[in-house]
Design a binder for this molecule. Structure first.
Ligand code: NOJ
Ligand code: CA
Length: 556
């Protein structure tokens, strides 16, 4: 009997984007040798599961999300034997491992596509979506959504980059291939999958033209939560059920209502889903409009998912991943590095759901600001630079890239203050953020009040209380523009979390129901100013919080 799947509810995930994590064989590229050496570090955070971004062979047009072989490891990262070694060691240390499953598209260098191009009468001919005439859709990463293929004499659909042709999921043979891939990794012993743009895999028949004027957004209804999505998902769930494998879907632009269809009831096919709402508190789609960060938007989005999934489904909790700039540079403040970096840990690690920490987030890595667009690697950063706001001068276009580029989360991990930040012994494949001498793991290991040690303390506290794991969420002071405060409670056990997003001192108004109650301070990011364990009576008015302060109180 395989172990129950419910482990994910008490897990803390760490996300590894391997190319920039740790170079173990000295060629400047992160790999599974480096990962192996750092597994104890990952475990030391309190992490109990790892999500690997794609490790498969790939021409890297979209850094691994363009897969040319689903059942192998990219030679830059090692081989299957090395992967197995990492997997077994992670298990020994008490960590589960999930893989990235990218089945909306492959690389154009995948054998299936190479065969499919050859004509209409070969076994792979219907593996992709071919048309004589393109429709008017745009791709998310690179220009129009259709590309002409000379050999085949037709256009193929690519919702993402040109080198990422969409698979035709309506073809049962393609779904059988997906199941083979699932089994391949599950048989090897992985514990589940993070499923890339999984709500996009079933397209509306006929692929109708967009009617509205907004590219991508106005045509998304023809492929988001498409007509056969739940049938296909059920087929994949069946395989995963045999292994009790955890399935976590990425759901770009998903709503609570549509997410619940994947997460509950007869159509349940996923254990959790990554939603995007709270990422729009500043800059999703910065290439069109950049919104300055507004806490009100963040609170509204987080509360919406907390309330509306309560008692029905389980949330994922994240502030960073490989698709967004660094959160400290966005929702925090580089000038208040330690304070805002610690506060950003507390603000989401005590929400209800399963937290994901993205490599480097735990030391407060920040955005990189490269001098020219040529220095950027990411296809979408380049596309954004060359496609939008072309009338603006070069400097302001580059500033937009500084604010929005995914490359800011893809700079090499900052391990210490030696050359190349201890990531490699030779110049790395991509620029190290010049602040590595001040911001690195080694330094923060030695400082008791560092961001790194604060992550550890938050995770320890979270695990120590059923109320913090399973308790109900309530938002307080919702009108307060600069403070996010919420409680978690279960069977009379109440915790109050208070986080300031402001660079100066501020009054915090104590919510009515807590006034005069006994409070005990369990966690603070101002250890020099406040004493952990201190007990006091909650004032009848309020008290002042420090810049970017985070407090966790037990109320009784
Ligand atoms: C979502 C992934 O997280 C992102 O990195 C990628 O570009 C797209 N899906 C396409 O696979
Ligand atoms: Ca390497």
């Amino acid at each position: 009997m395989t172990e129950s799947r419910d482990w994910y509810k008490t897990a803390v995930f760490y996300q590894i984007w391997v190319r920039s994590f740790c170079d173990g064989n000295g060629d400047g590229i992160g790999d599974l040798y480096g990962v192996y050496d750092r597994l104890e570090y990952v475990r030391s955070l309190g992490v109990t599961a790892i999500w690997f971004n794609p490790l498969y062979p790939s021409p890297n047009a979209d850094y691994g999300y363009d897969i040319s072989d689903y059942c192998d490891i990219h030679p830059d990262y090692g081989d299957l034997a090395q992967f197995k070694k990492v997997l077994d060691r992670a298990h020994e240390l008490g960590m589960k491992v999930i893989m990235d499953l990218v089945i909306n598209h492959t690389s154009d260098e995948h054998k299936w596509f190479q065969e499919s191009r050859k004509g209409k009468d070969n076994p792979y001919s219907d593996y992709y979506i071919w048309r004589d005439k393109p429709n008017n859709w745009s791709s998310v990463l690179e220009g129009k959504a259709w590309e002409y293929d000379e050999l085949r004499g037709q256009y193929y659909l690519h919702l993402f980059a040109r080198k990422q042709p969409d698979l035709n999921m309506d073809n049962p043979a393609v779904r059988e291939e997906v199941k083979k891939v699932l089994r391949f990794w599950l048989d090897m012993g992985v514990d589940g999958f993070r499923e890339d743009v999984i709500n996009f895999i079933s397209k509306k028949e006929g692929l109708p033209n967009r009617i509205g004027v907004i590219p991508i957004l106005d045509e998304m209804k023809y492929y988001k939560d498409g007509p056969h999505i739940h049938e296909y998902m059920a087929e994949f769930r069946e395989v995963c059920n045999e292994y009790n494998a955890v399935q976590i879907g990425e759901g770009p632009m998903t709503t609570v209502v549509s997410a619940l269809k994947y997460l509950t009831g007869r159509s349940k096919s996923l254990d959790m889903m990554f939603s995007f709402d709270h990422m729009t508190a500043d800059c999703l789609f910065t290439e069109y409009v950049h919104l300055p960060f507004k806490l009100a938007r963040l609170k509204k989005a987080l509360s919406k998912w907390q309330y509306q999934l309560e008692g029905k489904a389980w949330n994922t909790l994240y502030l960073e991943n490989h698709d967004h700039p660094r959160v400290l540079s966005r929702y925090g403040s580089e000038r208040h590095h330690r304070e805002s970096g610690t506060m950003l840990a507390a603000v989401y690690l005590f929400l209800k759901g399963t937290p994901f920490i993205y490599q480097g987030q735990e030391i407060g890595m920040t955005n990189i600001r490269l001098m020219s667009i040529e220095q950027y690697k990411d296809v979408s950063s380049k596309n954004n630079y060359y496609s939008y706001h072309l009338k603006d001068d070069e400097q302001s276009r580059l500033r937009r890239i500084h604010l929005s580029s995914r490359d800011s989360s893809r700079t090499p991990m900052q391990w210490d203050d030696s050359d190349y930040a201890g990531f490699s012994t030779v110049p790395p494949w991509f620029g190290v953020n010049p602040n590595y001498r001040a911001i690195n793991v080694k330094k923060q290991e030695a400082e008791s009040d560092s961001i790194l040690n604060f992550y550890r303390a938050c995770i320890r506290l979270r695990n120590s209380s059923p109320a913090l794991l399973y308790g109900e969420y309530r938002e307080h002071n919702s009108k307060e523009p600069n403070i996010y405060s919420y409680s978690r409670s279960l069977d009379g056990e109440v915790y109050l979390i208070i986080c300031s997003f402001f660079m100066e001192r501020l009054p915090y108004i104590v919510p009515k129901q807590f006034r005069g109650m006994k409070a005990r301070l369990l966690l603070t990011n101002y250890p020099a100013k406040r004493e952990t364990g201190m007990e006091f009576e909650m004032p009848h008015t309020g008290f002042r919080v420090y810049p970017y302060e985070a407090l966790v109180l037990r109320i009784s």
